[in-house]
Design a protein around this ligand. Structure first.
Ligand code: SF4
Ligand code: FES
Length: 240
């Protein structure tokens, strides 16, 4: 079948404003959107800019909006977004981040918020003299979902709170915080209270669930944010 890829184009150093370009590509329904993009880049227009690395849903670099919904181009099959010959697939860069060029966004502020959440182990005790930090299977299960994040930014783009509050830490950074807050080996919540217990931390989340809907790793992001809210409230009650 043939599909038309309608792609947002913008080169900030030379274009006054974004425009769109369309490319007709011969594809199989089981090809991925990334395959179609690679075909355009190789055979039609080598100036088209987009990120990709692993091509297998692991690195998170090819998140974009496909027909208005955040997704990884390497995990989206043509048949999932186009049914018939001649169908149009609309591609746009992620929202809430400045466009660097075409489908590439500048991730600086996204990654800075991620860093603010202190996504690294702060051990609450010294390691045993022999061996490693121990953790039971039940304790590991508490952080299992949050460990799956690949930092793709899809949730950050889909979050409606960021439309109104650009300083909101955002879903991905809060997932990263939860990853360690609920880790039995880590100092946990107290070490990250100054980040998450803020108006622009968990309390800005209004439970829209848009992040959860688009996460390519199926992480229950909104649930993790709500668990963090509950942990903060419990922590404060214990302090009284
Ligand atoms: S939580 Fe999901 S959508 Fe958000 S950055 Fe991580 S993998 Fe991507
Ligand atoms: S290219 Fe790595 S996740 Fe798609």
């Amino acid at each position: 079948m043939n599909v038309i890829l309608d792609i947002a184009r913008f080169e900030p150093t030379s274009d006054a404003k974004p425009h769109r370009e369309s490319y007709e590509v011969r594809v199989e329904p089981t090809d991925r959107v990334l395959d179609a993009l690679m075909h355009i880049w190789r055979h039609h227009d080598g100036t088209l800019a987009f990120r990709k690395s692993c091509a297998h849903g692991v690195c998170g670099s090819d998140a974009m909006r496909i027909n208005g919904k955040e997704a990884l181009a390497c995990k989206t099959l043509i048949r999932d977004v186009a049914e018939r010959d001649g169908d149009v697939i609309v591609l746009d860069p992620l929202r809430h981040l400045p466009v660097q060029r075409d489908l590439m966004v500048d991730q600086t502020s996204f990654l800075e918020k991620f860093r603010q959440s202190q996504p690294f182990l702060k051990p609450k005790e010294k390691p045993p003299k022999q061996g490693e930090y121990h953790q039971s299977a039940e304790e590991r299960a508490l952080i299992d979902d949050a460990t799956k994040c690949i930092n793709c930014g899809a949730c950050y783009s889909a979050c409606p709170v960021l439309d109104e509050k650009p300083d909101f830490l955002g879903p991905a950074a809060l997932v990263a915080a939860a990853r360690f807050i609920f880790d039995s080996r880590d100092e946990g919540l107290e070490a990250r209270l100054s980040v998450v217990d803020q108006p622009m931390g968990v309390w800005s989340c209004d439970n829209h669930f848009e992040c959860t809907k688009v996460c390519p790793r199926g992480i229950k992001i909104t649930k993790l944010i709500n668990l963090t809210k509950r942990a903060i409230t419990k922590h404060k009650d214990q302090m009284v």
